[in-house]
Design a protein around this ligand. Structure first.
Ligand code: ADP
Length: 567
């Protein structure tokens, strides 16, 4: 899965978790609001019922106070108009009632009065009212009329000494009032709610948003519901709470959204985009795409620089590989050429060598001038050397081991002087030979001569013609050490490390001075074979010191050993 997809999935998970947490918080908020609303509902309902009572208190007082009264018992019998005018008619206004009916014990209407012009005059009372009153002493119920709902209260009429209405009824008092709009308004003010009538048995929503509503049934005498009084009010505290929760939610959502956007943009800019760029540059193998990023100081800038460095090194390795391949091809061609050249040179060399040896033999027999004899000897010697050289060249070119030669016993100082003298003819520089070893050694003379000749010719080849080549021989710590010092171009330290490798040529000369890079590798092999060492010390532009060392312990001839022992 790509990093971007993973990241977006992660953000999605975080988003869902945050949403979940907000949901949980919201759930608890709602629970809290509901609990507040339920408590408030119960309190308000109690308050409403108290208000209902309070509002009807005066009306209730009329029926309660007038029904246990000796004068009222008297009135049922006498129907005294004066008593009715002074007490009952005035009572209507005083006690908020709209109508009063007085009945005798046999249920006959004794007296009625009303201050309402409406249908209350002809209000039909439920037939069971007297029976109920005989049983319960008091009655309180509602009746539906054309004018609206009418509240009715009734009581048995008893003497003044019976406030509990325990004695049998001596008449019945019924009062009524119309529950008008004013009544609803007054009740609403008392209960701090909006109060209205609603049809019987209508279900009332107890809690809706920040509103609470409840109803009180208005029952007929037989306890059947005729209508309900519904009270509805707003809970301001809850309203404020909901507003505050909503505001909180909006602020939180906005803040969350802004933070999310900032995180998204930040991660895209500072993480995903650089990663995408690096990955693209790797797939397209184009480090140039990272040029801007690599100048950044961030970790990605560092990574970009590493990628660029990686490509740079890869390029260098590839170029080096190509160069190495070219070099190997060139070396193969050189080797092929050398092998052919050596092969071709071998035959004439052998012929010259054989012929000069034959002339030398004849010269000894015949009386030939000594000078001619010496020259012929020199020619034979050089021809032998040349054959040996050609053989070694061929072995080196073909990667074979060089031909072993029988060791000979010789005086080292004479040998060195003779080699130096021979070389003196072919180089421009002046050679200064110093030192003596006084040693006779036994080794491969021809090959050792080849090493010395190679070192002197190199000293000459890499120095100006008017310089001097100094050669010094000595015995140091049981070794013959010969030093070849020139005033030439010198060799850098890095080149010195590879100097004895086959075909290696130092960088300061390889394009300006011709050469095959084989001579020193042959010298190295010869020195190893005869048990000696070869090394170099040099400083660029200041000249070179080549050294060879020959261990006397290995090279002293056996006879000398013996004679040394005998001494
Ligand atoms: P060639 O001389 O044919 O190149 P050599 O094997 O003899 O091959 O030498 C190897 C390299 O060593 C030379 O190419 C040259 O760079 C360096 N070299 C050898 N001798 C000297 C010297 N005396 N002074 C400076 N450089 C030398």
């Amino acid at each position: 899965m790509k990093l971007q997809t993973r990241f977006f999935l992660l953000i999605l998970v975080v988003f869902v978790i945050v949403l979940g947490l907000v949901g949980v918080q919201r759930y608890f908020d709602t629970q809290r609001i509901n609990s507040i609303l339920t408590t408030t509902l119960n309190e308000r309902k109690d308050t409403f019922e108290i208000s209902l009572e309070a509002e009807g208190e005066l009306f209730n007082t009329l029926v309660r106070d007038y029904s246990f009264w000796d004068e009222m018992v008297e009135f049922v019998k006498t129907k005294n108009p004066e008593f009715a005018a002074n007490n009952l008619e005035t009572g209507l206004e005083t006690y908020n009632a709209n109508a009063i009916w007085i009945y005798s014990t046999n249920g006959k209407l004794v007296y009625s009065t009303t201050n309402d012009e409406g249908s209350i005059k002809n209000l039909t009372l439920p037939p069971s009212i007297f029976k109920t009153l005989d049983k319960d002493k008091f009655a309180h119920f509602y009746v539906e009329t054309n004018e609206g709902i009418v509240e009715v209260r009734a009581a048995t009429i008893v003497p003044g000494d019976d406030p509990e209405h325990k004695k049998p009824a001596e008449g019945y008092m019924v009062i009524a009032r119309v529950l008008s709009d004013e009544y609803l308004t007054k009740l609403g003010t008392l209960a701090r709610s909006k109060v209205e009538f609603i049809p019987a048995n209508t279900k009332v929503d107890a809690i809706r948003d920040d509103y609470i509503s409840f109803s009180v049934p208005l029952n007929n005498l037989d306890n059947s519901e005729i209508q309900q009084l519904k009270a509805e009010s707003e809970v301001v505290m809850v309203k404020d709470l909901i507003t505050s929760y909503n505001r909180q939610l909006i602020i939180l959502s906005l803040a969350g959204f802004v933070i999310l956007v900032i995180i998204l943009v930040g991660v895209w800019l500072f993480v995903l985009r650089p990663i995408r760029l690096i990955s693209l540059s790797l797939t397209k193998k184009d480090p140039g795409m990272l040029s801007k990023l690599s100048s950044s100081k961030s970790e990605f800038g560092e990574l970009a620089r590493t990628v660029q460095e990686f490509y740079k090194q890869k390029l260098t390795i590839e170029e080096a590989k190509v160069r190495q391949e070219e070099l190997e091809k060139l070396n193969k061609e050189k080797a092929a050429f050398l092998s052919i050249a050596a092969h071709e040179l071998k035959a004439p060399g052998t012929i010259i060598s054989l012929l000069s040896e034959s002339i030398e033999k004849n010269a000894v027999k015949t009386k030939v001038n000594k000078r001619v004899k010496d020259d012929v000897h020199a020619i034979a010697h050089q021809a032998n050397k040349m054959t040996s050289l050609v053989n070694d060249l061929r072995s080196a070119a073909e990667g074979k081991k060089m031909v072993e030669r029988e060791p000979s016993v010789f005086d080292f100082d004479k040998f060195l002087t003779s080699e130096v003298k021979e070389l003196g003819y072919v180089i421009d520089q002046k050679i200064v030979l110093s030192g003596k070893t006084g040693q006779t050694i036994q080794t491969d003379e021809t090959h050792l001569g080849q090493v010395i000749s190679n070192l002197i010719r190199n000293a000459a080849k890499y120095s100006a013609p008017d310089t001097t080549i100094k050669i010094n021989s000595s015995v140091k710590g049981g070794d013959i050490v010969v030093e070849f010092v020139d005033q030439g171009v010198g060799i850098s330290e890095s080149d010195q490390k590879h100097l004895f490798e086959k075909y290696y040529r130092a960088s300061n000369v390889k394009d300006t001075i011709e050469g095959l890079g084989l001579g020193l590798s042959i010298c190295y092999e010869i020195m190893q074979r005869i048990g000696g060492k070869i090394w170099v010390e040099s400083e660029i532009e200041k000249g070179s010191h080549f050294f060879i060392s020959l261990p006397l312990s290995k090279l002293t001839p056996p006879s000398k050993h013996n004679s040394q022992k005998n001494k």
